[in-house]
Design a protein. Structure first.
Length: 410
C-alpha cells in the first residue's frame, strides 16, 4: 500500500507523544508499505533529522513552520468558529505541498496525524483517509479549564467548546478514525454515536527502554550532576522521578501539585528524598520549583534511561490530560514502579495495585509512596509485573498490526 503520512512535527527524535507515535508507526509500516512523509519543520534540527527517517520512507517533504506567522494568523481569526489551533497550524505552503504530493504520487491511503494535519485533506474524496486524533483534545482542554487559575482559563474554555464541535465534524470527513484509549473513543461517541472510531494505543520501544544494571557508563554524568547513587535506593537515597514535556499544562500542573501538596508530606518521614523533574522546555514556574528542598529540574537530557534506572519510584500525579500517558509505559518498561492518579492511569490496560498503583488525594498519594519506599519486595514485584504488562500489551509491532487492520477495513 502507498501511504501519504501527514505528521504534525518531525517524527525524529521520538521524544514526545506525537513524535513517538509517528516514528514507530512509520518504522513498522515501512516493512510492508511505501511511505511518503510530510511534516512541519520547526527548527534546523528537524531538517537535519530527516536522514534518520530516510530508511523508512520513499519520499520525505517538509514545510518550515513560522511561529510568527502562525500567531498572526491565529489573532486575525480569533473570532472564527474554528479552533484557534486550526488557524495556528494552517499554512498555504503546506496545503500546496500536500496537493502536489497527491498529484505526483499514486497514493492509496492518507494517514493524517491530529486534526491540525487532517484539515489539509478533509475535502479530499479520491483517496481513502484515516485520521489519528490520538486523544480527544476537547476532553483534555475541559480538564485543564477546571484547574487553570491563570487568565488563559477563558481562552482554554473557549477553545474547548470550539474543539468539541470541530473534532466531530472533521472526523465525519474521514473514512475511519483512531484514538489511543477507549475512554477517548467513548467521549467522542457521546458527541456523535455514528463516528467510526478504533482504538490503537500508544506503545513503547521495548528494546530501547529496558533496565540494564550493567551499563554504568551512561549514568556517570547523570550521577555527577544530580548526586544520585547507584543501585536501588536505600533509605539514604530515595529518588522520585517525573518525566515529560514540561511546557505541556498537564505535566507542569502535575509537578507543581506534587511539590506543593504531596512532597512535603513525604519529607515529613523522609526529609532527604529527592524529586527529579526531567524533560524539555520547563516553564519559569516549573524552574522555580528547584527552590524547594530536594527538587531538581533538569530540562532537556539526551538520554532519559539513566534517570529511570536510578529512580526508586516513578510518580505521575496527573490531574488533567487525556489519552494514554507514554511516561507511564516507559517507566513500566524500565521496571520502575509507577504511582499515578486515576486520570494518569485512564486508558492504561494494567492491573491496579499489582502492575501500577493509584492514589487520588495528596495524603493518599504520599502514603502510597511512603509504603513503597518501605517495602522493597513490593516495589520489585510491581516493577516486574509492569514490564510484563508492556511486553504483552504495548509492543509497537503488535499495535501497528492493529492499525493495518483499520486500513484494510476501509
Amino acid at each position: 500500500m502507498r501511504i501519504l503520512y501527514l505528521s504534525l512535527r518531525c517524527p525524529y527524535p521520538p521524544q514526545r507523544g506525537d513524535r513517538i507515535r509517528s516514528y514507530h508507526f512509520i518504522r513498522q509500516l515501512s516493512k510492508r508499505h511505501e511511505i511518503t512523509l510530510v511534516f512541519f519543520a520547526e527548527s534546523d534540527d528537524d531538517v537535519a533529522a530527516v536522514k534518520h527517517l530516510r530508511p523508512y520512507c520513499k519520499r520525505i517533504e517538509w514545510v518550515r513552520f513560522r511561529s510568527f506567522l502562525a500567531k498572526v494568523n491565529t489573532a486575525v481569526h480569533f473570532f472564527s468558529r474554528l479552533p484557534l489551533q486550526v488557524h495556528y497550524w494552517y499554512s498555504q505552503q503546506m496545503q500546496q505541498k500536500i496537493n502536489q504530493l497527491l498529484q505526483e504520487e499514486d497514493i492509496d491511503l492518507i494517514h493524517a496525524q491530529l486534526f491540525r494535519m487532517g484539515q489539509y485533506v478533509k475535502d479530499e474524496k479520491r483517496v481513502s483517509k484515516v485520521l489519528d486524533l490520538c486523544d480527544s483534545l476537547a476532553l483534555n482542554l475541559s480538564r485543564r479549564a477546571d484547574l487553570d487559575c491563570t487568565p488563559k482559563r477563558f481562552l482554554v474554555r473557549l477553545e474547548e467548546k470550539r474543539v468539541r464541535s470541530y473534532e466531530v465534524e472533521i472526523m465525519k470527513s474521514f473514512d475511519r478514525g483512531t484514538v489511543v484509549a477507549q475512554f477517548d473513543k467513548d467521549y467522542l461517541l457521546k458527541q456523535d454515536e455514528n463516528l467510526d472510531l478504533s482504538v490503537v494505543p500508544m506503545g513503547v520501544d521495548l528494546k530501547y527502554f529496558h533496565h540494564s544494571d550493567a551499563d554504568e557508563s551512561i549514568s556517570t554524568e547523570t550521577d555527577r550532576q544530580s548526586g544520585i547513587h547507584s543501585g536501588l535506593a536505600s533509605e539514604e537515597s530515595i529518588n522520585l522521578l517525573f518525566t515529560g514535556t514540561m511546557n505541556y499544562f498537564p505535566n507542569s500542573d502535575a509537578v507543581i501539585y506534587f511539590c506543593e501538596d504531596i512532597l512535603p508530606l513525604i519529607q515529613e518521614r523522609y526529609p532527604d528524598v529527592s524529586f527529579q523533574i526531567v524533560g524539555n522546555h520547563p516553564t519559569n514556574q516549573v524552574k522555580q520549583l528547584e527552590k524547594t528542598k530536594g527538587v531538581v529540574v533538569t530540562g532537556y537530557v539526551p538520554d532519559i534511561r539513566p534517570y529511570f534506572e536510578k529512580a526508586t519510584i516513578f510518580v505521575a500525579p496527573l490531574r488533567s490530560g487525556s489519552g494514554i500517558q507514554t511516561k507511564n509505559l516507559e517507566a513500566m518498561a524500565m521496571q520502575t514502579p509507577v504511582v499515578t492518579t486515576s486520570i494518569g492511569a485512564m486508558g492504561l490496560e494494567a492491573e491496579r495495585e499489582k502492575e501500577v498503583v493509584i492514589a487520588d488525594t495528596p495524603e493518599g498519594f504520599a502514603e502510597t509512596v511512603i509504603d513503597l519506599i518501605e517495602d522493597r519486595e513490593r516495589r520489585e514485584s510491581i516493577a516486574r509485573a509492569g514490564r510484563k504488562r508492556v511486553e504483552d500489551s504495548y509492543d509497537w509491532n503488535v499495535l501497528v498490526e492493529r492499525l493495518e487492520q483499520v486500513y484494510t477495513e476501509i
